[in-house]
Design a protein around this ligand. Structure first.
Ligand SMILES: Nc1ncnc2c1ncn2[C@@H]1O[C@H](COP(=O)(O)OP(=O)(O)O)[C@@H](O)[C@H]1O
Ligand SMILES: O=C(OP(=O)(O)O)[C@H](O)COP(=O)(O)O
Length: 403
């Protein structure tokens, strides 16, 4: 894989360089609540700009449905990038249209432009190779060179991640190099006990990784939205909690295999429930009730792990030598459901283990809940990406950067 250093050595002055970043940051309206993913790609953008490149930055944000949707505009991220660079950053209101072409044409050497959300275009995420390819052709017309640095999206076979680098000379940016360097260590020699904590809301995406983790981890702790499919599989009522009903047979098989292999599988013993999802904007008190994990009322939703589970999970992390954590334990964006995530973060901080936290929201949670990022071994910008990397899967965005 060619590195950005090699590219810089060859010279990028006056060249239009397309940087595929992951600027998928959490937003409260148009306010960025955690800019970690933007900060993470600044070294690559700055190195290119300092070397005289005309830098075109692109990313997805959220999951819009292949058409423009103002709620998912990259404008706030572009503005923040300008602040971090201490330079004017042009913003195109489309991705490959007139505005994007004009913004790129207007760049002088050393200047940066951000184009609008890649996922406003159906071709970006299409499963049809030709449709994705046609969009990649339009993106390729904006640039001379490609730098892949959106680590959080390298597991997606999307036009800007997979098809575009096949059309332009390409290299990996600094962030991808750092992320792969650290995660590689977790695939080679892992100090034991190796404890994995899984939570979050992208349940269907991430349940499958357990299949692989059963071969690697000594202990697996389950929280967040992921817990309820397990509780349901064990025959418990989960009310209106997040549930991946079609995965119940797979989950039962995981539990059986864990037992056979001596992998300790730990599920919540109590949870915080409410009939309503909390208001994340006003943060109005949610007044949740604590119930045993096998006694969730039929009309209520599990939104955080409970106090007994917090203690249990802290104890299960205390003797770890290596910890990988993806996915918040609850809806941490609301203070009434943040204690579970705080307890796991605190247990990692207190532990002498090598700790890796992965995922856009997990990383944001750690920082917005007031933890010092230096207290963790590594904070990865990718959740799904890091899990699939650990699984040993060939990631489209990394394969595409190979020579
Ligand atoms: N019990 C739950 N029910 C619904 N959503 C949850 C629950 N627990 C956590 N979440 C949500 O999960 C989201 C993060 O999930 P995910 O995207 O999978 O993590 P990451 O970005 O770290 O990979 C957060 O927005 C959080 O509010
Ligand atoms: O937030 C992301 O992934 P993550 O939540 O697994 O860390 C990436 O930006 C990928 O987004 P996607 O899961 O909508 O493809």
């Amino acid at each position: 894989m060619k590195t950005i250093d090699e590219l810089l050595h060859e010279g990028v002055e006056g060249k239009r360089v397309f940087v595929r970043a992951d600027l998928n940051v959490p937003l409260d309206g148009t306010t960025i609540t955690d800019d970690g993913r933007i900060r993470a790609v600044v070294p690559t953008i700055k190195a290119l700009a300092d070397a005289g490149a005309r830098v075109v930055v692109a990313s997805h944000l959220g999951r819009p449905k292949g058409a423009p949707d103002p709620a998912f505009s990259l404008a706030p991220a572009a503005a923040r990038l300008g602040e971090l660079l201490g330079a004017e950053v042009a913003f195109a209101t489309d991705t490959v249209g007139d505005s994007a072409r004009a913004a790129v044409a207007g760049l002088a050497n050393g200047e940066v432009a951000v184009v609008e959300n890649l996922r406003f275009n159906a071709g970006e995420t299409s499963k049809d190779d030709a449709e994705r390819g046609a969009f990649a052709d339009q993106l390729a017309a904006l640039a001379d060179l490609y730098v892949g640095d959106g680590f959080g999206a390298v597991h997606r076979k999307h036009a800007s991640v997979f098809d575009l680098p096949a059309r332009l000379p390409h290299a990996a940016g600094h962030l991808i190099a750092t992320e792969v360097g650290v995660l590689k260590k977790l695939t080679e020699d892992v100090r034991r006990p190796y404890v994995v904590v899984l939570g979050g809301a992208k349940v269907s995406d991430k349940l499958g990784v357990i299949d692989h983790l059963l071969e690697k981890a000594d202990r697996i702790l389950i929280g967040g939205g992921m817990a309820y499919t397990f509780l349901k599989a064990q025959g418990h009522e989960v009310g209106i909690s997040l549930l991946q009903e079609d995965q119940i047979p797979a989950v039962l098989e995981y539990l059986k295999r864990a037992e056979a292999r001596g992998v300790e599988f730990v599920l919540p013993v109590d949870v915080l429930v409410s009939p309503d999802f909390p208001d994340l904007k006003t943060k109005a008190p949610a007044n949740p009730t604590t119930v045993a994990a096998d006694a969730i009322p039929a009309d209520q939703e599990g939104l955080d792990i409970g106090p007994e589970t917090r203690k249990l999970y802290a104890s299960k992390l205390a003797d770890a030598a290596t910890v990988f954590w993806n996915g918040p334990m609850g809806v941490f964006e609301h203070p009434d459901y943040a204690e579970g995530t705080k307890a796991v973060a605190q247990a990692l901080v207190d532990s002498p283990a090598f700790t890796v936290v992965g995922g856009g929201d997990s990383a944001a949670a750690v920082r917005t809940l007031g933890f010092d990022e230096n207290a963790f071994g590594h904070i990865s910008t990718g959740g799904g990406a890091s899990l699939e990397y650990l699984e040993g899967k060939k990631l489209p965005g990394l394969v595409a950067l190979e020579d």
